[in-house]
Write a protein that binds this ligand. Structure first.
Ligand SMILES: CC(C)=CCNc1ncnc2c1ncn2[C@@H]1O[C@H](COP(=O)(O)O)[C@@H](O)[C@H]1O
Ligand SMILES: [Zn+2]
Length: 392
């Protein structure tokens, strides 16, 4: 009996420790560098949109409901689901709503800098152009009022570091939290060279409206590197920072070409062979790590065997990201928690990991300076919260 009581206490202690760690990960200020807008939609919103389209007879709601609620999907199933998302999100007002909600969700868990990426979409039937799609996204971001949203490099609040708000409120601090947001325009691997070039030119046109970089994404078994290369090269010549989804599948020729291209950041890097791994490490290209996404889509065999550990131990520049927090039912706080629970990182190490991501953002030096202040404030507060003794 005594043994059972001890076990109960052990179990209670474990549950309490997990809860405390999870709360700490939420309180930690975080930088999100790899999040797809339509992959971050709340399930409740998707279901609501599906219901509306079902009522109009555009789709069969019951079929869609099963797909949305299904756990554990293969890579092709995920991309089928994205096609469904695109049917659900084809009008401007819906895009605006989604952008607003996604930003609110990231802000709610103390993301202090967010690079949200999305594929600008043409949809003639709905009167949507890539430009009007992006305008709808920006409208949604600007509509957020629960936090102070800073979207432009020219925003004078960027320099106002004295007023940068701490991200947790321990002592009745009622000031609004602040979040810096920037947009990356994604080139979908299904696109032609000309469509990809349009996206790069749009990024240039919208650079004063929060658009800061280019991403290459989409189904990794579709398309050829040579198709996107002219557009990526054009972006490079224009000085637009680039991040590329790399090595989601073992396409040797493409991985090699991507590493040779030397973008500012790489996402995933799952299926690299020894030589490519060596090349990546010597390149020091920062990597966007998406633990849950990689495990759920088979890019990594398990959390324990995820290549995060290798890169982290090699002190390779990296940042934890969600990829598609709606699709994979995760959050950035959860990704930090998983790193602690799986690889045994301490709170000071998690803090350092979050703080170091500031170096890899695409926004300018002023934003970096402000974010460094945010982390300085947070360090004090988090230390008060749990006496973590964060390293200098
Ligand atoms: C689903 C899956 C295999 C996730 C792994 N990670 C991904 N790999 C490549 N492209 C992606 C991934 N997640 C999202 N995307 C891209 O982002 C789009 C959704 O966001 P948006 O419509 O661009 O706003 C998808 O249609 C796809 O083109
Ligand atoms: Zn991605």
């Amino acid at each position: 009996m005594q043994g059972a009581a001890a076990m109960d206490t052990d179990m209670e202690r474990k549950v309490a420790a997990e809860k405390e760690m999870r709360e700490w990960c939420v309180a930690l200020p975080k930088v999100e560098l790899h999040a797809h807008l339509n992959g971050s939609v709340r399930n409740s919103t998707l279901l609501e949109l599906a219901k509306q389209l079902g009522d109009k007879g555009v789709i069969v709601f019951e079929d869609v409901k099963d797909v949305i609620m299904k756990d554990g999907r293969s890579l092709p199933e995920c991309f089928k689901l994205f096609d469904l998302f695109h049917i659900l999100t084809t009008d401007h007002d819906t895009v605006t709503r989604i952008a607003k909600e996604v930003l609110e969700d990231f802000a709610a868990e103390n993301v202090v800098y967010l690079e949200i990426r999305t594929t600008p979409k043409n949809n003639e039937a709905k009167g949507m152009t890539k430009r009007s799609y992006m305008n709808a996204v920006i409208k949604g971001l600007k509509a957020v009022d629960v936090v102070d949203v800073v979207l432009f490099d020219s925003d004078s609040r960027t320099n106002d570091t004295l007023n940068c708000n701490p991200t947790i409120e321990l002592d009745g601090d009622t000031k609004k939290k602040r979040i810096y947001v920037r947009l990356l325009l994604s080139i979908d691997r299904r696109e032609t060279t000309s469509a990809a070039l349009d996206t790069v030119n749009l990024a240039l046109e919208m650079k004063d409206q929060g658009v800061i970089g280019i991403d290459l994404s989409g189904n990794p078994v579709v398309g050829e590197w040579e198709t996107y290369l002219p557009a990526l090269q054009h972006a490079k010549e224009l000085g637009i920072p680039i991040t590329i989804h790399c090595g989601e599948v073992a396409n040797r020729k493409e991985i090699q070409a991507m590493l040779d291209f030397c973008p500012q950041r790489l996402g995933h890097v799952c299926c690299l062979n020894d030589a490519e791994w060596k090349k990546l490490k010597s390149s020091m290209i920062p990597v966007e790590i998406c633990l849950t996404s990689n495990v759920m889509t088979g890019g990594a065999p398990s959390l324990e065997l995820h290549h995060f550990a290798d890169l982290y131990n090699a002190k390779h520049p990296l940042s934890l990201c969600t990829d598609d927090c709606g699709l994979f039912s995760t959050s950035l706080s959860n990704e930090y928690y998983l790193v602690a629970a799986t690889f045994g990182l301490s709170k000071p190490e998690l803090f350092q990991l979050a703080q170091e991501a500031v170096q890899f953002i695409f926004a300018d030096e002023n934003v970096k300076k402000s974010l460094k202040e945010v982390f300085k404030h947070a360090e004090k507060r988090l230390t008060m919260l749990s006496e973590i003794g964060v390293p200098n």
